[in-house]
Design a binder for this molecule. Structure first.
Ligand code: ADP
Ligand code: ADP
Length: 229
């Protein structure tokens, strides 16, 4: 699903590489934690997958796309197949829960009857069936993140990227969100989650890829957050 071969990224304004000769393979259906201190290259990794940045060196393949060489007009097709979830939810404040989810389908031209059918289904999947007509500000943080996950998942992406999705949530709510991401992963969607959350990584025992100064320093199949424990 994701293949990086000797990928480096050097930003124009910077001397040291943000990613430095990174080679990683992620199979379809895997659940991967991407960890590392601030500045280690996690966001750069995610931005490369979305073609928001291009590699300075190396080859990057997502599904069947050679992302580094993708022509500009093919980029939207790639991004349609990747769902994104962020720490700060990024919901549209003037739209209801259902409208936020529907909007993700409208912008890619899905017909109205499909949207009408699919939105309630995905709201049920994330446990928000009673809240379709609420506004984002009427929801708790955990509920807002569920909306964001519903929106990211409603188009059945091949890959779900989550950047610190529990960063603004208390531990119990974070656990609920992780159960939901696991559920989405069980549908076959590959999940890549950048996080600083030790307890979640330690509880889930999934694959852990650790970056440090742009290099992969650890890749454990059933990892924990800290080494040597
Ligand atoms: P992380 O997400 O792990 O905090 P980043 O990928 O944001 O790491 O950053 C990796 C390195 O690249 C850091 O040294 C950061 O300062 C630098 N960097 C990130 N984005 C840019 C940019 N747009 N321009 C220049 N340097 C950047
Ligand atoms: P949490 O303790 O998880 O932050 P809240 O106390 O914020 O949750 O919310 C508890 C419940 O009340 C949620 O189901 C939420 O939808 C509802 N709620 C919160 N704020 C509002 C509001 N301003 N208007 C209507 N319902 C709200």
């Amino acid at each position: 699903m994701i293949r990086l071969e000797h990928v480096s990224k050097v930003y124009k304004t910077s001397t040291r590489p943000a990613l430095d000769d990174v080679s990683v393979n992620v199979d379809k259906g895997e659940f991967v934690f991407l960890i590392g201190p601030s500045g280690s290259g996690k966001s750069t990794f995610l931005r490369l997958l979305l073609r928001e940045e291009v590699p300075s060196k190396g080859t990057l393949v997502v599904a069947d796309w050679n992302v580094g060489r993708l022509s500009r007009r093919r980029v939207p097709r790639l991004r349609q197949r990747i769902g994104c979830v962020f720490q700060d939810f990024r919901l549209l404040a003037n739209k209801t829960v259902a409208e936020n989810v529907a909007f993700a389908l409208e912008v890619i031209g899905k017909p109205r009857h499909t949207i009408k059918k699919v939105v309630p289904e995905v709201l049920e999947l994330v446990g928000l069936e009673g809240k379709a007509d609420r506004m984002p500000h009427e929801l708790s943080g955990g509920e807002q993140q569920r909306v964001a996950i519903a929106r990211a998942f409603v188009n059945r992406p091949l890959l779900l990227l989550a950047d610190e999705p529990t960063g603004n949530l208390d531990p119990d709510t974070s656990q609920d969100i992780m159960l939901l991401l696991e559920r989405i992963n069980r549908t076959g969607t590959t999940v890549l989650m950048a996080t600083h959350d030790h307890s979640i990584v330690d509880a889930m025992r999934r694959r852990v890829v650790e970056l440090h100064l742009g290099k992969v320093v650890r890749d454990d199949a059933r990892g924990v957050y800290g080494v040597g424990r």
